[in-house]
Design a protein around this ligand. Structure first.
Ligand code: GCU
Length: 341
C-alpha cells in the first residue's frame, strides 16, 4: 500500500515537472523576442588601436549596419593589425579573406596609381580644403576608383596632416633631411617623396615602426599627431617638425566578392552607414588629435616650426613627385587647388 502510494506520487511529480518545462519553453518563445541569427558575419580590418577615431568609426559603422538590417548583417571590427598590415589586408580582400577595411590611400595607390592625385605633397591648403575636395564631385569620383582593384569605396575618413619626427636631432631646414633614414609606408610614392627631400626611405609596416625607431633601424618617421601618440612613437622620437608635407585621405572599402553577394537594398544601407560613420570619425578626429598633441608636448616632445622660406624649399623639392605621379592629371590637380567650397 505504502509502496503504491509513493509510486503514484512519483508519477505526479514527473507529470508536473514535464508540464513546467513545456510551459517555461512556451513562455520563452512567446514572452521574449527571439534573437535573430545574422545572415552574414563579416570581418573588418583596422590597423589602429581600439580607442582610435578610425576604429571607433568602424565600430559605429558596424552598429548602424546591424541596427538597420535588423541583425541580418553583423560586422566584426578587428583593430591593431590583427588581420595583417594594410598591404596584406588589400591582398586578402582581393582573394576573399577579409570583407571590409579602413585603409590609408597611400597603400591603395600601389594598386590604383590614379589615386595618387589625392595625396600629392603640399596639395591641400588645410583640412577644410581637403574636405571641400573629398565631399564634392572629385571625392565622389575617386571613391569609385578602388573598384579597379576589386575594392568598393564607401566613404572617406580623416587622418590629419603628416609631419616628420626624429630621434636624435630636429629637422629645422631642408638640408637637415639629407641622408636621414626615414620610415615610410609600403608605398613607392612615399619613398619617392622622401628621396626628393634628400633623405633615404625605408618601407616598414605600421605596427613595426616603434621597434624600428627604438633599435635605430631608422632615424625618424612621419605621421600625424594622433598616430605619433597612439603608437607611442613620441617616446623614441621626440623632435616633431611641423611641415605638413602630406594629407593622406583614408577610405572605408568593401571587398568586391562580399559586395556582390548583397542585395541592392543592403548595398544602399551599407553606403549610408559608412557615410554616417565617417561623419562621426571626423568629429572624433579633431578632439583626438588635439589631445594627442597635448600628451606629446607634456611628455618632452619638442615641436619645431619651419620658417616660411624653408617651407617653400620643401615644397619645391617635392615637385618631381608631381611630374612622376600626376602626368596626365594636371587638370584635376589644378581643379583641386582651385577648390574653395
Ligand atoms: C596612419 C594611417 C594608417 C597607416 C599609418 C602608416 O596612421 O591611419 O592607416 O597605416 O598612417 O603610416 O602606416
Amino acid at each position: 500500500m505504502e509502496r503504491g502510494h509513493r509510486g503514484k506520487k512519483k508519477i505526479w511529480l514527473f507529470i508536473c515537472a514535464g508540464a513546467a518545462v513545456l510551459l517555461g519553453g512556451a513562455l520563452c518563445l512567446h514572452g521574449r523576442p527571439r534573437e535573430r541569427q545574422p545572415e552574414y558575419i563579416f570581418s573588418y580590418a583596422e590597423n589602429q588601436t581600439a580607442d582610435y577615431p578610425t576604429t571607433l568609426g568602424g565600430e559605429r559603422f558596424a552598429e548602424l549596419v546591424e541596427e538597420r538590417t535588423q541583425g541580418r548583417i553583423r560586422i566584426l571590427v578587428r583593430p591593431e593589425s590583427v588581420m595583417g598590415s594594410e598591404s596584406e589586408v588589400i591582398r586578402q580582400m582581393q582573394y576573399g579573406g577579409i570583407d571590409f577595411a579602413r585603409l590609408s590611400i597611400a597603400q591603395l595607390v600601389e594598386y590604383v596609381p590614379e589615386m595618387s592625385v589625392l595625396q600629392m605633397p603640399y596639395l591641400y591648403r588645410d583640412s577644410t580644403h581637403m574636405w571641400q575636395v573629398l565631399d564634392g564631385e572629385i571625392g565622389d569620383r575617386f571613391l569609385s576608383y578602388p573598384a579597379r582593384c576589386d575594392l568598393i569605396g564607401l566613404s572617406w575618413y580623416d587622418a590629419g596632416a603628416r609631419n616628420f619626427y626624429l630621434s636624435a636631432a630636429p629637422v629645422r631646414k631642408l638640408e637637415d633631411m639629407r641622408g636621414l633614414r626615414i620610415r615610410v609606408q609600403e608605398s613607392d610614392m612615399m619613398s619617392d617623396l622622401i628621396r626628393a627631400l634628400g633623405a633615404v626611405p625605408i618601407q616598414i609596416p605600421y605596427d613595426q615602426v616603434y621597434a624600428a625607431l627604438e633599435r635605430g633601424q631608422v632615424d625618424g618617421a612621419e605621421n600625424n599627431w594622433s598616430s605619433y601618440v597612439a603608437m607611442q612613437h613620441y617616446e623614441v622620437a621626440r623632435y616633431y617638425t611641423i611641415d605638413e608635407h602630406i594629407r593622406i585621405p583614408e577610405i572605408q572599402v568593401c571587398a568586391r566578392h562580399t559586395w556582390e553577394q548583397l542585395s541592392d537594398d543592403d548595398k544602399r544601407i551599407l553606403r549610408e552607414c559608412a557615410v554616417e560613420s565617417a561623419r562621426y570619425e571626423r568629429e572624433l578626429w579633431t578632439k583626438y588629435e588635439e589631445q594627442a598633441k597635448k600628451t606629446a608636448l607634456e611628455n618632452q616632445v619638442q615641436e619645431i616650426f619651419l620658417t616660411e622660406e624653408e617651407k617653400k624649399k620643401f615644397q619645391e623639392a617635392a615637385l618631381p613627385v608631381y611630374e612622376k605621379y600626376c602626368s596626365g592629371y594636371e587638370e584635376i590637380i589644378e581643379r583641386i587647388r582651385e577648390t574653395t567650397k
